[in-house]
Design a protein around this ligand. Structure first.
Ligand code: MN
Length: 313
């Protein structure tokens, strides 16, 4: 029986982790295609994911560094990507793998495969919303643990359903899972969010914690997001954060880097730019100001930061 690895993007967030963990459980439950499925993570787990899994008595997914080329006569490693599809955001050596499935809620960019595959992509607020729908499609009931893990990621990914990426499907699914668990989804999500040790984030963590690489107009642009309930502390360390941005950009060999310090209470983001960010300035209609630019209402990197930058260039 072949083993399929299921994993989310690099610098995993709670949605990347939970979509992989719960999707692997679902596919094992229904013995999908007669394979076995194992969740992996492409980096250290965010604090809230580690806590949720520990509370549920589940092991953390093992780290996956790279996919090696198949030995002669062997088939390539089969993989399912969750919460991403772009090779630049995926595992090193992805080209050595056979992608048999994608479960995602992002744009498709630079994505090709050698063989037919199963793709389930919906423009919903989280990949975990899509996974919840797959339980329905495959005729499976969610256990309370599965409901809790999925709901946690739906809430962190949509910033408590406030992000403009939130759809009616997310609201309805969150209400349904909340009902099963006997919790108010937003209150539950806030508890999950506050289990992050945000008060102790270093500038390096603020930059590298949740960052994705995009190719824009032939340039490599990193776009990071640091979510907090109080941006004051981060705004007091702008020079250190900028230094960490330059270091991260140099380490990744990117041309430019954008960091959104997103305050979920004040519902907006302070946007800092380093390096060659002409494309970002054009897309966001902002300039590279020392203290960054406050962008009210900007909560979604995907919809309000990456998409306008990609569209304008
Ligand atoms: Mn997501």
């Amino acid at each position: 029986m072949s083993k399929v690895l299921v994993f989310g993007h690099q610098n995993p967030d709670n949605d990347a982790v939970m979509s992989a963990v719960v999707l692997a459980q679902l596919l094992n439950q229904v013995e999908f295609n007669g394979c076995t499925y194992e969740a992996r993570a492409l980096g250290p787990l965010p604090a809230e994911s580690a806590k949720l899994l520990a509370d549920a008595g589940l092991p953390e997914p093992m780290l996956l560094d790279a996919i090696e080329p198949a030995a002669e006569g062997e088939d390539p490693q089969q993989v399912i990507l969750t919460d991403h599809n772009e090779p630049g955001q995926s595992v090193a050596g992805l080209a050595n793998a056979q992608i048999v499935g994608v479960v995602d809620h992002h744009r498709f960019g630079d994505f090709t495969t050698a063989a037919p595959l199963t793709i389930v992509a919906m423009p919903w607020g989280s990949s975990c919303t899509v996974v919840a729908k797959l339980f329905e499609v495959l005729g499976q009931e969610l256990t309370d643990t599965q409901a809790k893990l999925l709901l946690s990621a739906m809430m962190t990914d949509t910033l408590m359903l406030k992000s403009p990426t939130t759809t009616d499907v997310d609201r309805a699914t969150a209400a349904k899972l909340g009902e099963q668990l006997g919790v108010d989804p937003v209150k539950f999500g806030m508890e999950v969010f506050l289990s992050r040790p945000s008060g102790s984030f270093t500038p390096e963590q603020m930059v590298g914690n949740d960052i994705k690489l995009f190719e824009v107009a032939g340039k490599q642009l990193l776009i990071g997001q640091y979510e907090t309930v109080d941006k004051t502390r981060a705004l007091g360390m702008i020079p250190e954060i900028r230094e960490a941005m330059r270091a991260y950009q140099a380490q990744k060999g990117a041309d430019g880097i954008v960091l959104c310090i997103t305050d979920i209470m004040e519902e907006g983001s302070q946007v800092l730019l380093e390096g060659d960010t002409a494309a970002a300035q054009k897309g966001l209609k902002i300039e590279d100001v020392a203290d960054g630019v406050w962008c009210p209402g900007v909560l979604s990197r995907k919809k309000q930061v990456a998409a306008p930058i990609l569209a304008a260039n």
